[in-house]
Design a protein around this ligand. Structure first.
Ligand SMILES: Cc1ncc(COP(=O)(O)O)c(C=O)c1O
Length: 478
C-alpha cells in the first residue's frame, strides 16, 4: 500500500488555536456581548505565545464579526447573531432554563445517529461476531450465583472480585507490580477520559493530543476548556524531538494518547519509543493517559508492551476498555494508576454515578474468566482481518492512499485534494453510506481530505457493496 502523507507541521496555525480558544470562551458565555477581551500582551503571556499570534487571532475574530474594536480601548465581544447561535441558551430566553455550558458537542455521536445501510462510521464490532447466545446463558448463571445482585450497589471503585481478577491478568500480561486498590472500574473508556479530564484539566490548561485522534476525547477536552497542542502521529510513531520542545515550552498537564492500533489511523507507536515517552513524561511532569482500547484486536502478532509497563514513577495512567470486543453492552473499562491518580478518580466517579452497575460487572467477570473468551478472541481476529482485506481490495480502484493497519477496526485514508469532502459526505449519506470525516478527528480541524472507514461493523457482503458504492460516489466528485 502507498504511504499516507504526513499531516501539516505542528504549531503552523497557532493563531487559529488562540482564535478557537476565544470562540470557546464566548460560546461558553464566560465572555458575553460587549465584554472586553484581555489585552494582546496579557493573553500572549497567559497562553505563552507570541503577541503577534494573539494579534492575528484577534484580527481574524474581527474579520469574522466575532469581536469589534473600540479606538484606544481594545477588543470587545460582538452581540451574537440571534439566528445563528444557540438561541435556547441565550440570556433573553426568559422562560427556559439557562445551561451553564452552551458548548456541549459530540461530533461523532451526531454522525452515528444517521441511519444508513452501509455503516462505516461506527468503530464497533458487528454484533453477529459476538457470542450473544453464550452470554445470555451466562446471565442466568450469574443471577443464580448472586441472587441479591439487583438489590445491591457496587462499591464506587468497582466490584472487588472483578478488580482482583483483572489485576492478576494485568500483572501477568504487563509484568508490572499492581494491587487491586490501584484499579478503578469505569463505565467504558469514554467515562474514564471524562473523569480524568475533570480532575486534571482547568480552563486554559495546555494539553497534548495526537493529531488526528479519537474525536469524542477532543470534544471532552474542549468542553473542559483545554488548550489543545497537537502531536502528529505517523506510521512510525511521534517526532520525539518536537514533542520534547512542546513539553519544554508549554508545560502541558497531560498527553492523551492511543498508541496501539490508534483510532483513527490504526498506527502503532513502536516499542523503541515507548520507554523514551515515559522518560519525557517524568522529566517534564506531564501525565500520560494511555488509552488502550484495541490492545487485543491484533492480526498477525500482539502489539508492543503498553507504556504503562515502563512506568515506575506513576506518570502513566492506563485505560483498558473491554467494550469494543467483549461485550459493548456491558461497558466495562479498567483504569490503572498509582494512588495519587486513582484516589481523586474514585471521588470523581462517586460524583458521576457512585459506581458502575453491579450486574454488568458480575456478568463481565464470569465471561472474562471463561475459556470461551479466548476462543472468541481468536475467531474475532480472523474475521476482522478478512473484513479489512475485503475493504482494501475494493478500495484499490479508488487511488486513495493509506497504511494497512495491523490491528484495530479502521482504515485511515487520504483522498485526492480535488474531492470536495463536504459534498462527498452529504452524497454518501444520501446513498446510505456513512464514514467519519477526518476533520473531526483533527484538533486543528484542518484534515479536510482524510476519512476514517470502519470495516468492523457490517457483514462481508455489505462491506463489499458499500465500499464499491463509496468509490463510485467519489469518482463523481473529482
Ligand atoms: C480510542 C478510544 N477510546 C475510548 C473509546 C470509548 O470506549 P468505550 O466504548 O469503552 O466507552 C473509543 C470508542 O470508540 C475509542 O476509540
Amino acid at each position: 500500500m502507498k504511504r499516507a502523507m504526513r499531516p501539516a507541521e505542528n504549531g503552523k496555525l497557532l493563531f487559529k488555536q488562540v482564535y478557537d480558544y476565544v470562540i470557546s470562551r464566548i460560546e461558553r458565555q464566560e465572555w458575553k456581548a460587549h465584554h472586553k477581551l484581555p489585552s494582546i500582551r496579557l493573553l500572549a503571556q497567559e497562553l505563552r505565545v507570541h503577541r503577534l499570534t494573539v494579534y492575528r487571532a484577534y484580527q481574524m475574530l474581527k474579520q469574522n464579526g466575532k469581536v469589534y474594536v473600540k479606538e484606544k480601548s481594545g477588543y470587545y465581544v460582538c452581540p451574537s447573531d440571534p439566528e445563528q447561535t444557540l438561541p435556547e441558551y441565550g440570556e433573553h430566553s426568559e422562560n427556559r432554563p439557562i445551561a451553564a455550558s452552551g458548548f456541549l458537542k459530540n461530533d461523532l455521536s451526531e454522525i452515528h445517529q444517521v441511519p444508513v445501510i452501509y455503516q462505516f462510521s461506527q468503530a464497533l464490532i458487528d454484533p453477529n461476531l459476538l457470542p450473544n447466545l453464550f452470554l445470555s446463558e451466562y446471565v442466568k448463571k450469574v443471577f443464580d450465583s448472586y441472587p441479591k445482585l439487583l438489590g445491591t450497589y457496587s462499591t464506587v471503585q468497582g466490584d472487588e472480585e472483578l478488580r482482583d481478577v483483572l489485576t492478576r491478568y494485568m500483572v501477568r500480561q504487563l509484568r508490572v507490580q499492581l494491587t487491586a486498590s490501584e484499579m478503578l472500574i469505569t463505565t467504558g473508556g469514554q467515562q474514564a477520559i471524562d473523569l480524568l479530564s475533570r480532575i486534571f484539566i482547568r480552563p486554559m490548561d495546555a494539553i497534548l493530543v495526537e493529531r488526528p485522534t479519537y474525536s469524542a476525547a477532543l470534544d471532552i477536552f474542549r468542553q473542559q476548556g483545554a488548550r489543545l497542542l497537537p502531536v502528529d502521529i505517523y506510521p512510525d510513531g511521534y517526532d520525539l524531538e518536537n514533542l520534547e520542545l512542546l513539553m519544554k515550552q508549554y508545560k502541558p498537564r497531560l498527553f492523551y494518547m492511543n498508541p496501539t492500533f490508534h483510532n483513527p489511523t490504526g498506527y502503532t507507536v513502536p516499542s523503541a519509543q515507548r520507554k523514551q515517552l515515559v522518560e519525557l513524561a517524568e522529566r517534564y511532569r506531564c501525565l500520560i493517559i494511555e488509552d488502550d482500547a484495541f490492545h487485543d484486536m491484533y492480526f498477525d502478532k500482539p502489539p508492543p508492551m503498553p507504556l504503562f509497563a515502563y512506568d515506575t514513577e506513576g506518570w502513566v495512567v492506563y485505560l483498558r476498555s473491554f467494550s469494543k470486543y467483549i461485550a459493548p453492552g456491558l461497558r466495562i473499562c479498567s483504569v490503572i494508576g498509582r494512588r495519587f491518580v486513582i484516589e481523586p478518580l474514585i471521588t470523581a466517579k462517586s460524583l458521576a454515578d457512585n459506581g458502575t452497575p453491579c450486574v454488568n460487572q458480575k456478568i463481565f467477570l464470569h465471561y472474562f474468566g471463561s475459556e470461551r473468551l479466548q476462543q472468541h478472541l481468536e475467531k474475532l481476529r480472523i474475521a476482522l482481518q478478512v473484513r479489512r482485506d475485503i475493504m482494501e481490495q475494493e478500495l484499490t480502484a479508488a487511488g486513495w492512499s493509506w497504511v494497512t493497519p495491523q490491528g484495530g477496526l479502521n482504515l485511515w485514508l487520504k483522498l485526492p485534494d480535488s474531492i470536495s469532502l463536504e459534498k462527498f459526505f452529504v452524497e454518501s449519506i444520501r446513498q446510505s453510506v456513512s464514514f467519519v470525516p477526518g476533520v473531526i478527528c483533527d484538533p486543528l480541524r484542518e484534515m479536510h481530505s482524510w476519512i476514517r472507514l470502519s470495516y468492523s461493523f457490517v457483514n462481508e457482503a455489505l462491506l463489499r457493496e458499500g465500499t464499491r458504492r463509496l468509490v463510485d460516489i467519489a469518482k463523481r466528485y473529482k
